[in-house]
Design a protein around this ligand. Structure first.
Ligand code: PHE
Length: 447
């Protein structure tokens, strides 16, 4: 985007669409059910909901304010307001790099499931978990990962983001519709009630354990694409009259809706098929085919769903690829083409590391056996870098900058009433940062 004259997104709707395009993706449909399954189901949902409102929306608003006020990328945006704060931009760049190191792998799974819906997935009759394990053990996994990176690369290098913007106008409603159809379908599966209980009836003791809050905050950051400068970059293309508060609420609510729908689809199906909700990263890939397999035109439904998931992932991969590409192009004076190539090459290298290197960790309260960079990158970005970025964004917007900065951006220099301003300023000054600090101290054994 750096070499072109600074464009802006068409209207209010398209600003919401592109930001929601970045937010809605594997985070809501793959990671949310997998984290909820491992952390008490309904308890996790409850805390996640709170985190979206208390942490996600204020931080997103703060990033929008910085982006639109400066009209610059993540590093440049913070730097232009205050030089030392450029490090907050670098934190985002590092986050984008680590997310690139595993997100494409999962996006590749979705692509492979779209293709194999018409291949062996339903015709072979083998249990889905065995098929997934076999796929993971084969070189196909690496191939699909690379294909996904190249797909993102092509879109970025051709500058066809506008096309993607148009496509997401159709894709996002279609994704919601298919999720609703699936949610209705699973309600009729035997044993579904157990899944609703798991997902909707919280155990408060589990909910308010520091670990659940820690994981849920991480999930809120990850699923909303906040805490790493992505929304700074996107907001730099917003128009002057965009209502930033309304946009951040709409994006958060849409993302939340997709995540809740995903839970309402997955958990009844998990219990109906006798699977384990806490089985981890493979959860949706082993569960969703159970829903499709007895439907008429199973392959078509399945392929349609995985196509939409693939497209939703693509609008997210574009957004963090762009954070890196813009950074390399603008800060290291690479041509746009070479910056894109460098980003894609790094993504391939990191994904291969994630796929083929296994080790143990016992460090700063983090214990993982048989870990891979896949788990490590996921943990470090969602649970450390993004909350840290979010914390610093709050401090920057609500303490370092003058109060007028946030007020002007929220009211469009007096044109809007900005009734939520006192509440959001209070959240950004006290509630959000203190909550993040408390959870860091509790979970990382910092003191
Ligand atoms: N929010 C995206 C998702 O849920 C992932 C993402 C994180 C994208 C950070 C950009 C930046 O899939």
């Amino acid at each position: 985007m750096s070499e072109q004259p600074r464009a802006s997104f068409g209207g209010k709707l398209s600003a919401i669409l592109v930001a929601a395009g970045s937010a809605i993706g594997l985070g809501s449909i793959w990671r949310f059910p997998y984290m909820a399954g491992e952390n008490g189901g309904a308890a996790f949902l409850l805390v996640y909901l709170l985190c979206v409102f208390v942490v996600g929306i204020p931080v997103m608003l703060g990033e929008f304010a910085v982006g639109r006020a400066t009209k610059l990328n993540a590093v440049g945006g913070f730097r232009s307001l205050s030089r030392p704060w450029r490090w907050l931009g670098y934190n985002g760049v590092l986050g984008a790099l680590l997310i690139s190191g595993y997100y494409y792998i999962v996006a590749g799974w979705s692509l492979e499931y779209m293709v194999s819906s018409f291949g062996n997935l339903y015709s072979s009759g083998a249990p889905f978990s065995e098929q997934f394990a076999a796929f993971q053990a084969s070189p196909r996994q690496a191939i699909y990962t690379v294909i996904f990176i190249l797909l993102t690369h092509l879109i970025i290098i051709r500058g066809v983001e506008k096309g993607i913007e148009k496509a997401s106008k159709v894709m996002m409603p279609a994704l919601l519709v298919i999720l609703v159809i699936m949610a209705v379908r699973v309600a009729f599966m035997p044993g579904a009630a157990e899944g609703y209980r798991f997902f909707l009836n919280p155990d408060f003791k589990v909910a308010f354990s520091p670990n659940t809050i820690f994981t849920a905050i991480g999930q809120a950051f990850f699923s909303l694409s906040v805490g790493m400068g992505c929304m700074v970059t996107y907001a730099s293309y917003f128009k002057k009259d965009n209502n930033l508060t309304g946009t951040s609420m709409s994006v958060a609510l849409l993302t939340l809706m997709v995540a809740v729908l995903a839970g309402l689809v997955i958990f009844p199906a998990v219990f109906s098929a006798g699977l384990e909700p806490a089985e981890g990263a493979s959860l949706i890939f082993n569960t969703l085919p159970e829903i499709f397999k007895d439907m008429p035109f199973a392959a078509v439904w399945s392929a349609a769903f995985f196509l939409l998931l693939t497209l939703a992932s693509l609008t997210s991969t574009i957004s963090f690829h762009e954070v890196l590409t813009a950074y390399f192009a603008e800060e290291h004076k690479l041509s746009r083409k070479w910056a894109t190539r460098l980003t894609s090459a790094l993504s391939i290298a990191l994904c291969m590391l994630s796929l083929y290197w296994v080790f143990d960790i016992d460090f700063a309260g983090i214990k993982m056996e048989n870990a891979s960079c896949f788990d490590l990158f996921d943990y470090v970005t969602a649970n450390i870098l993004m909350p840290l970025g979010g914390l610093l964004t709050c401090i920057f917007v609500a303490w370092r900058m003058k109060p007028e900065f946030l007020r002007d951006e929220m009211t469009n220099y007096g044109k809007l009433k900005g009734r939520a301003y006192p509440l959001l300023r209070f959240a950004l000054r006290f509630v959000t940062p203190l909550l993040i600090i408390y959870i860091f101290i509790k979970n990382l054994g910092l003191f």
